[in-house]
Design a protein around this ligand. Structure first.
Ligand SMILES: [Mg+2]
Length: 375
């Protein structure tokens, strides 16, 4: 049903700070006395290798930032010759065949869900809210909030985001949902929701020992990135987001160099790319896909074949969740994107307004199913 066999593997850069920064040798200052020319040469060699390591790390990430920017591809296409545009249009059409619109295939999708319990997982930024220059102003509309509320009345529904959980709740403001903040490293299963019998709210925070480290890194990065116009840091409790949406491209290298200078001291942290954001997080094996599995377990659906998770997200970090669905062989992954992208999702929606339309159609389908006695 989910045409998983034709999904293109993801292209997330396999670069981590830990891998790049394994030998974080510091150039001692002041240089040690004595030792003669050979000691000085050894120190110089170490220093150079550190600089080279930093440079290759910066170059790799600079390339990643450019290639993950759809605007780059768009500008390149418009500046290119017509045959290239035609070729891109053909590639776009081929991509849509492999990843059809979840709206145009809605009836077909719903037939496949017959008799199954849908569990909804929704990313926040770029999925429920528009992507905006100021991450603190990424508000969802009242209409979207009402749609999510209605969906949560029909199906267990969770929000899974890179934001810290408290900020996420401030944006969404719905108590009937489950919240997984910090890329799933801060999960709250609230008591008293329609779908859980839990007598008390349960918190799951697999990276709690990293809290002091994340605080230090946030502080150090604040200092280092302050002089870079447009750079914005966000402390998301178990991770730090370095937003570069408003940083002029000519300053991307400087920004990366500053990030490198801080992170080379913290091999237990890694970076993952997002939409005009670098996400700095603990190197533990826990991501949005793990959060999806944890929430399914918590809701008592771990081994049920009659459960159909639906995950909607727009970012590279959502690919971990799409991959879990793909590996399970059950579930519907929906990528929110205006442009073709390599993805583990099976369907796509163009933008948050289409997500809202999809959610409302789901609610209507549920209502009609109940009226027809199909549920
Ligand atoms: Mg997002």
């Amino acid at each position: 049903m989910t045409n998983q066999n034709v999904v293109v593997p993801e292209a997330t850069p396999a670069i981590t700070v830990a891998a790049a920064a394994k030998p974080p040798v510091l150039f001692p200052y002041p240089p040690p006395r004595g030792g003669g020319a050979s000691a000085a040469a050894a120190i110089r060699k170490k220093h150079l290798s550190q600089v080279e390591l930093g440079e290759s790390w910066t170059n790799a990430w600079l390339e990643s930032m450019k290639t993950s920017s759809p605007i780059h591809a768009k500008v390149a296409a418009s500046a290119a010759a017509v045959p290239i545009i035609e070729r891109e249009q053909n590639e776009h059409s081929a991509w849509i065949v492999r990843h059809p619109s979840a709206l145009s295939k809605f009836e077909q999708l719903m037939k496949a869900t017959k008799g199954k319990q849908i569990v909804m997982f929704l990313d926040y930024d770029g999925t429920l809210s528009p992507i905006v220059d100021d991450p603190d102003s990424a508000f969802m509309s009242d209409a979207m909030r009402a749609a999510v509320k209605e969906v949560a009345g029909c199906f267990p529904t969770a929000i899974v985001s890179g934001r810290c959980r408290s900020k996420l709740f401030d944006f969404v403001k719905l108590t009937e949902l489950y919240y997984a903040g910090s890329h799933g490293m801060d999960i709250e299963v609230r008591k008293g929701t329609k779908y859980t019998k839990k007598k008390k709210t349960v918190l799951f925070q697999p990276a709690s020992e990293f809290l002091p480290m994340i605080k230090k890194v946030h502080k150090a990065l604040s200092k280092k990135t302050k002089p870079i116009p447009g750079a914005k840091l966000e402390n998301n409790k178990f991770c730090v987001s370095v937003h570069f949406r408003c940083v002029d491209e000519k300053n991307w290298r400087v920004l990366l160099e500053q990030v490198w200078l801080v992170l080379k001291e913290y091999p237990m942290l890694r970076i993952t790319p997002g939409r005009k954001v670098l996400e700095i997080r603990p190197i533990i094996k826990w991501d949005k896909g793990s959060a999806l599995q944890f929430l399914l377990d918590s809701l008592g659906f771990a081994d049920s074949k009659n459960v159909l998770p639906v995950y909607i997200g727009d970012d590279l970090t959502d690919e971990d969740a799409f991959k879990v669905l793909r590996d399970r062989g059950r579930g519907i992954g929906i990528l929110v994107s205006e442009f073709p992208k390599e993805t583990n999702a099976s369907y796509f929606l163009r933008r948050p307004s289409e997500v809202m339309e999809f959610l409302l159609r789901l609610v209507e389908w549920k209502r009609l199913s109940l009226e027809d006695g199909l549920e």
